[in-house]
Design a protein around this ligand. Structure first.
Ligand code: ATP
Length: 630
């Protein structure tokens, strides 16, 4: 007890710790608002340093988390877990990557551990976890499965997808499972065609989660949710998780929750607020659209950014162009987009998360929707687009929102997103939980308007705004010029026809893969080794001399910058030790090599007198002082 009090006063002194606001539910005899809020905030602070044990989590779950190297709750988990264990309805709004999934999953599982008994005669699942996309279904399903397996408990979990036939759905729900992970549309289908009986749902359902709630309505699930809520019993505990707060979240709250506790990171409110984790550093490089290829080549080939890298494009053709371009330099990458079949997409995500390749080029089709959602606050347009889906593109596919790309250190915007909301959600794919991350946006003059919008949302003052987007300091003009000749030569060989053929070929391969994957996954759900998604598409053999960057091309400054990136990995908490200890407090700008280093400012002569030749050598010599990166 004394120890806890000590922790409480220590915590109160902390100025730079993240605070969570807890709004208690409206009750008849509520204390004056201010008092209530103060009490709630103190409670949140007191919990800040508590361990999973102190939060009352089942030892089996704690052991499972430890096996996955998770030792300390994130702030949202501190506050949400005890409330959910107490049976409260909760609305949790916290930044992307803040650990919202475990914040509901851990207490949900713990409740089911104690509920499940042989005498229980449920005719429908006890828990529904509803998410907006199939990718998220798969992601949540995998998280539940490994937790259950490590805990060695007998709980049955199923996920539903819209491609399942009635008989598939019936088989999946026979039993019935304890937990159902699904989009609202699939549950609605099951209710309408009698696969799920409303009475059974009313009798069995004890907990329902709406994950990524800010997306559920905008993906057009309002009718599905309305149809479901009429069967949700009053005693059922309802949880709503969201990265942002929007009119849609408010609507959902009213639709399904009863007197909930509202857990909010103070800055989460709307887009203007800070929803990018503080441990992500944001940079930009200004260059012409044509020069983007040579710049990205320099970033990757000279190792000026840390792996794994998630690269965003706005068009699928651009992603294939990049892939073909990279191939010629021996850089293996995979593409991910809404055109690929679902099984392939899931497999690509799994392989990338498992670390089988380091570069993933994603085409972010959902950004148009993000823009509509944030700009208008209405979901009419999206409803329309769900009814009339774009040809070939899978509307349930969400490449950005909510997907947990594991250990992505760097996000590169090869093309700028079309809205500030799109930017926020792209960048949110790095710096997840206690990890650090960086983003580099390549901005052409044509993209200056959108970049200005983004900057005005992120904050324009280096000293005041934690989301300030700084010029990328590690890439010198010399380094770019040194690679220009090679890059332009290869870029010319990646013609429109080559891109079109590769895209068609990849799609054909992936459709075949998808069929094989379907069968294979049924028997070996964990097997990641079946098919490769980062295979070479180009018909042209890469020239051996392009694979490695010869030393004479690298000036001392660039070599130093590359070393700095490696050093930064350790300094910024990417080592296991640092991650275990937690990141906050370590990440001071003054000590951060990425912020203090400037590729152009260094005057150190090349070590050992580096040889330089021809055009490339001349470019390498022209070094100017104190210029921005480009
Ligand atoms: N307590 C923890 N310590 C370390 N890592 C954690 C912890 N909790 C969750 N994580 C990891 O952090 C990552 C992000 O978590 P999660 O996907 O739940 O974030 P999120 O808040 O749901 O983000 P988004 O809004 O983008 O969906 C995951 O890889 C998860 O395994």
């Amino acid at each position: 007890m004394a120890k806890k009090k000590e922790k409480l006063s220590e915590n109160k002194k902390k100025k730079d710790t993240e605070e969570l606001k807890v709004e208690p539910p409206t009750v008849e005899e509520k204390p004056p608002a201010e008092e209530a809020e103060a009490e709630a905030e103190t409670a949140a602070e007191a919990k800040e340093e508590l361990s999973f044990e102190e939060l009352g989590l089942d030892p089996r779950l704690i052991r499972a988390l430890h096996k996955k190297n998770i030792h300390k709750p994130t702030p949202i988990q501190h506050v949400a877990i005890p409330l959910i264990l107490e049976g409260k309805d909760v609305v949790a709004r916290a930044k992307t990557g803040s650990g919202k999934t475990f914040a509901y999953l851990l207490p949900l599982l713990q409740k089911l551990f104690s509920e499940s008994s042989p005498s229980k005669n449920n005719q429908a699942p006890s828990a529904f976890i509803l998410v907006p996309t199939r990718e998220l279904c798969q992601q949540v399903y995998s998280e539940v499965m490994w937790l259950i397996e490590l805990c060695r408990v007998q709980l049955k979990v199923v996920q539903l997808t819209s491609s399942m036939s009635n008989s598939d759905l019936r088989t999946a729900l026979a039993g019935p499972p304890d937990i159902l992970v699904s989009t609202p549309a699939c549950v609605h289908t099951c209710l309408s065609n009698g696969v799920l009986l409303p009475k059974a749902v009313q009798d069995s359902l004890s907990i329902i989660v709406l994950d990524e709630a800010d997306l559920l309505l905008s993906y057009g699930y309002e009718d599905d949710l309305k149809a479901l809520t009429t069967h949700v019993p009053r005693r059922c505990q309802c949880l709503l998780m969201s990265a942002t707060s929007s009119a849609d979240v408010e609507k959902l709250k009213k639709l399904i929750l009863h007197n909930p506790y509202i857990l909010t990171l103070p800055e989460v409110g709307d887009l203007k607020d800070d929803i990018i984790p503080k441990n992500v550093q944001q940079f930009y490089i200004s260059c012409s659209a044509r020069d983007k290829l040579v710049h990205i080549l320099a970033l990757l080939k000279l190792e000026l950014v840390q792996k794994k890298v998630l690269i965003f494009t706005n068009a699928i053709d651009t992603s294939y162009r990049l892939k073909l371009f990279f191939e010629q330099f021996g850089i293996k990458s995979a593409v991910l987009n809404a055109e690929l079949p679902q099984n392939s997409r899931l497999h690509i995500l799994e392989e990338f998360n498992a670390g089988l390749f380091d570069y993933l080029i994603a085409t972010d089709d959902s950004q148009r929707q993000d823009k509509e959602n944030f700009d208008s606050g209405s979901n009419t347009e999206r409803k329309k687009s769900r009814k009339h889906p774009k040809q070939k593109l899978d509307t349930e596919f969400g490449v950005v929102r909510g997907i947990d790309f594991k250990n992505v250190h760097t996000v590169i915007n090869f093309e700028m997103p079309q809205s500030a909301a799109g930017y926020v959600h792209r960048i949110g794919r790095t710096g997840r939980a206690y990890n650090t991350g960086a983003s580099v946006s390549l901005v052409s003059p044509e993209e200056n308007d959108i970049f200005d919008d983004i900057k005005s949302v992120m904050g324009e003052s280096d000293s005041k705004d934690s989301n300030f987007i700084a010029p990328f300091p590690l890439l010198s003009k010399n380094a770019v010029e040194a690679l220009r000749y090679r890059a332009e030569d290869v870029a010319r060989s990646v013609t429109k026809v080559a891109v079109r053929e590769s895209r068609a070929q990849d799609l054909r391969n992936e459709i075949l893969n998808s069929e094989k994957l379907k069968a294979h996954f049924q028997d070996n759900p964990k097997d990641l080794d079946l098919l490769k998604h980062d295979k070479v598409l180009s018909k042209k053999e890469p020239a051996p001399h392009l694979r490695d960057v010869p030393e004479y091309l690298l000036d001392a400054t660039t070599q130093e910058a590359s070393k700095i990136v490696k050093l930064a990995r350790a300094a910024m908490g990417n080592s296991n030790t640092a991650r275990r200890k937690g990141f906050r407090g370590k990440f001071r700008k003054s000590r951060d090599p990425l912020k203090t280093f400037s590729a152009e400012a260094s005057k150190r002569p090349p070590k050992g007198g580096m040889k330089r030749k021809g055009l490339e050598s001349n470019a390498g010599h022209k070094r100017k002082r104190k210029q921005p990166a480009d």
